[in-house]
Write a protein that binds this ligand. Sequence first.
Ligand code: NAD
Length: 499
Amino acid sequence: MEYGPAPEDDKPARAWIDQRGGKFVSFINGKFVTPGDKPTWFPAENPATGEKLGQVYQSTQKDVDAAVKAARAAQENWAALPGFERAKYLYAITRLMQKHARLFAVLETLDNGKPIRESRDIDVPAATAHFHHHAGWAQIMDDEFDGYEPYGVAGQIIPWNFPLLMLAWKVAPALATGNTVVLKPAEQTNLTAQLFAEICVEAGLPKGVFNLVTGDGKVGAMIVAHDGIDKLAFTGSTDIGRLIRKESAGSGKALTLELGGKSPYIVFDDADIDSAVEGLVDAIWFNQGEVCCAGSRLLVQESIYDSFVEKLKRRMQNLRVGNPMDKCVDLGAVVDKTQLDRITKLVDKAVKDGAEIYQIKDACPTKGCFYPPTILTNVEPSDEIAQIEVFGPVLSVISFRNQQDAVAIANNTRFGLAATVWTENINMALEMAPAIKAGVVWINSSNRFYAGCGFGGYRESGYGREGGKEGLYAYLKPSYLSTLSEASPRKRGSTAAKK
Ligand code: NAD
């Protein structure tokens, strides 16, 4: 289904793919690798059309070893640079990301299925801002973090929902603090990470400081198990996060986990209702709901329940689902068939369990991995659909009586990533914020991210923070720990970041 003006021109992105022969491989020690004998490849697909964009190399243990070795060899010199020297590289990366912003956005949309409007106006600018922000930190690092030093080699594993932005959240603080990186993108979304590797070459980043290994979860597991990794950072599902925690326990590796969520979006009866409806469109339908902090549980005060749900349904009718390269589209495709099936099954099961479903008939194109915006009512707080992360455009609606009730339902979850409170009563809002067990609580807004603010969760949403000063501490350890580890058989990291 097509709406509005012609889709954005994707010719330069196609040319970029062709130039690489449609092959996406690991980037180790400053070079894209040539796969050895009988390499395994898997397809890179456009989920909106099913079109094959190219093929991705499944890295081997040898590749992971080579990437870790390169990162290790580069780390001491990288950490020994004064912070302002590292900052120069981060500023150069920032400028090159700005220069190639359009190519990044189109590649992201082709690869992930998200609307071009979002990749162009949100993902790419936010990723660029993250590097810019961390260049600033690198510049003042030696004074601000005196007595701290980098862990050494950071192994970073990222998901498919914000491929470039998650790369930025991981790579920028690691490089600013003097760590070197072995990064694994999700198997579904490799294109923008490949372009980023090219930019590292263009920026003159020393070889081995940034390494990329392509492949599926098995390659992720190799990074987790690798003896040459000092720090692990993971974003993805709670199940894999739990596994990584188990696997790395007792290994001495530092670990941060950014996992799932089931964030409450709480609307009190005194709220500015039109704004709350608009905020909810962003909270649950931005990025097809494939957002770890999506406001997927609407808690609405019972006195306005009917009118609010009615308004929301009317607003939902105006959402356009379709070709994500079309600038007028609000929801694109979900990332792949597996995710589409997962969403479909969870919603079907909820309906079987008694939920009432509201979807617009024929909202989606008939081909491609599309799922329509969905509202589920008649849902109890303890129902599976209100407890499990769907990671799709699916909203569960629950009513509450009063403030106490709202807090109890909001906290009735194993997650604790984010929450939103809508009310004109600022005193109540300020009481609600600390009462809700969530890493971030937005008041009269949602999905606000700033490079200068720490983001992360409680409980099964993981631990550690990304962004802000606290995000930098996740890549640093007190220097005295190195003195202690001198006595241990294998010295980890480097002590070279001192002034
Ligand atoms: P996933 O957790 O399996 O994948 C995330 C990353 O981890 C990918 O790079 C993957 O290759 C890697 N990985 C997989 N197995 C691994 C292992 N054993 N060791 C190390 N790395 C491993 O997520 P998924 O299967 O792509 O999605 C499933 C569900 O996870 C989604 O439906 C959603 O609920 C959730 N999810 C959450 C986020 C988030 O941002 N919190 C992101 C993506 C998916």
